[in-house]
Structure formats: C-alpha cells, structure tokens
Design a protein around this ligand. Sequence first.
Ligand code: AMP
Ligand code: AMP
Length: 341
Amino acid sequence: MNRPYTIATLGSHSALQILKGAHDEGFRTLVVTSRDTERLYRSYKFIDELIVVDRFSEFPKLLPQLEAQNVIIVPHGSFVAYLSLDEHKKMTIPYFGNKAVLDWEASRELQREWLSRAGLTLPRQFKSGAEIDRPVIIKLYGAAGGKGYMFIRDAHDFETRAGHLKEKYVIQEYIIGVPLYIHYFYSPLDGSLEIMSMDRRYETNVDSLGRIPAAAQEGLDVSPSYVVVGNSPVSLRESMLAEALRMGDDVLRVSKEICGEKGLFGAFCIETIITPDMQFYVMEISARIVAGTNPFINGSAYSYLNYSEPMSTGRRIAREIKLAIETNRLSDVLDDTSIIR
Ligand code: AMP
Ligand code: AMP
C-alpha cells in the first residue's frame, strides 16, 4: 500500500475479529476501549494502538485525532447501540459501508417494507392485543440483543402481561422452528455476493428451558427470555443454500432502490427461523458485520470454499478495503460522507 491506513473500531462486539483481519491484511490497527476492557485488548499483539475512554459515547470527540491518523472506521453492532443516527451521519471520517441503510434498518416499519419488497417471508404482525390468535413475541423498540422480548401465549396472556406496557413495541407471530443467522459479504468492487458463515445464537434462558421437563416447569415462575450470550456454528442442508443465496440477492436488489445507487454493501446478516416445511421466515436484517461471525475468526466451512486461507468476515472487510486502495477505488467501499485525505 502506498499510504499507511489504520483500521479502527470500538472495543467490543466483533472488534477482535475485525482488527485481527485488518492486521493480517497489512493494516495498522487501533481500538477505542473502555477502562473495563482495556486489559483485554492490550493483551493482543495485533492491536497497534489503544485509546481509552470512560464511555463509548465520547467517541465523536476523538474524531479529529483519528482523522489525522488516516483512520478508516469499520462499524459493528456497538456503533448502532452506543452512537445515535445523527452522530453517525455527522461523521466525515472514512467509514466502511453505506450509512443510508441505517434509517431503513433502525425503523422496524421501514425494515419490514425493505424485506417485504424483497419478497421474503416475514412473521405476521398484529396491530393490537385483541387481534392475537396464536402465540406471539413482543419486541420492544430499541431492544438490543433480544433483551426485553416477551413470549405471549394468547390474547388473554397479552392483557395480563403486556397490556400495561408504555414503551413502543411490535407484536409478531411466534415462529416455532430453528433459528439460523446467515452472514453474507457483498463486494461493490466486483459485484459478487458470498455466504461467509452461519450461526445460531445461544440465548438465556430460552435455550435452557428444554433442560427442565415441561411438567417440572409448571408452577415455576419462569418465562423465556432471549438475551444472547454467545453463538455457535451451523452448516445448512446443502439443498437449502440456493435459497439462502437468493434471499441475499433479493435484499441487495431492493437496497439499490431505497438506499441510493451504492445500496447495501460489505457484510450483512439475514436472521431467519426455519419451520418444518423448510420455509425461511425472516425476522430481521443487520446491515453490517454481526457478532455471530465470531466463531469463524479462523474462517468457516463456507469461506473455505472461496478462499484457501482463513477468511473471517473481519478479514474479508479488510481485504476489500485493501483491494479498493490498490485499484484507486477507496470511495466505492466508503460511505459518501467520508473525506479521504
Ligand atoms: P455489546 O458491545 O456487547 O454491548 O453489543 C452491542 C450490540 O451487539 C448489542 O445490541 C448486543 O446485543 C449485540 N451483540 C453483542 N454480542 C452479540 C452476539 N454474540 N450475538 C449477537 N448479538 C450480539
Ligand atoms: P432478534 O432481535 O430479532 O434477532 O431476535 C432475538 C431472538 O428472539 C431470536 O434469536 C429468537 O430466539 C427470538 N425471536 C425473534 N423473533 C421471533 C419470532 N418471530 N418467532 C420466534 N422467535 C423469535
């Protein structure tokens, strides 16, 4: 590379994967950490520089300093969790990805419109408790990582347990099936879509309820919660892979209609539940690297089909940035607000 660029991110979520990938592709690396996690990130040799802050919300104050160091930001879930949409849009530091997808992702209504326009099958949504005719899941707006979700059996259960809720929420049909999170990478440089890996989440306590017999659960005051604590790898029946790839294509096609010419690019994830009739129900889309890619820091079975070397999603991002720099196309992989020095 003719100019030394530094790849930087916030210290949490998938930072280790992103920075290891950046290091392996020859970049300098920088992490912004809190005091609690400083010790962790300092222990890895592939991280060249740490900036310690009291709170991640202080990140915007660091921007002049980062800009002076030729930093390219690779965002992950914590950026969305800790910085506002407004703060995202105001940043002019080089930013991997298209910020226009943030509006479509942040609003549950717009996200649903995007996914329906892509022709994907979505769980039914109910406008009010009175309409409920099957088990549902209540999702509070802004709930992160499944926290604050409630399983509701029927309209009566809704009245007793959710009728009083003051926050905004959606009532969604509860799909009984296998949750599968599919991780994709779309290259704006050569227009190719790759399946990088897949995971299932390990959620507390819903994933442990099966360990207590139903009869013993009766009378216990325990209801399922969906708080994610980790992720494990999955490989999909090969006959279902074509549909997984098609869903990725469909989401990308619509993104070019709604998020400007560049559309969605880089890493993204479609979150599904698969029912016994092999139908993919789509719960959500995440328009960047997801933490479910972390089991694959050393590559996955799927990434090995495309690369005969360990290729995590984090490394794939760095590879794309490197290829863009080498071919003088850096602006093609950055948001349009990015000022390249
Ligand atoms: P954190 O940096 O751990 O506070 O997480 C930032 C956001 O990413 C939150 O919305 C988390 O719920 C989500 N997240 C973090 N780790 C995981 C994971 N392993 N799987 C899925 N989502 C996660
Ligand atoms: P999400 O925040 O949409 O990724 O959902 C977090 C977790 O809630 C998922 O991993 C599922 O366990 C559960 N979940 C979300 N939506 C549904 C649904 N419609 N039916 C069944 N489970 C769901």
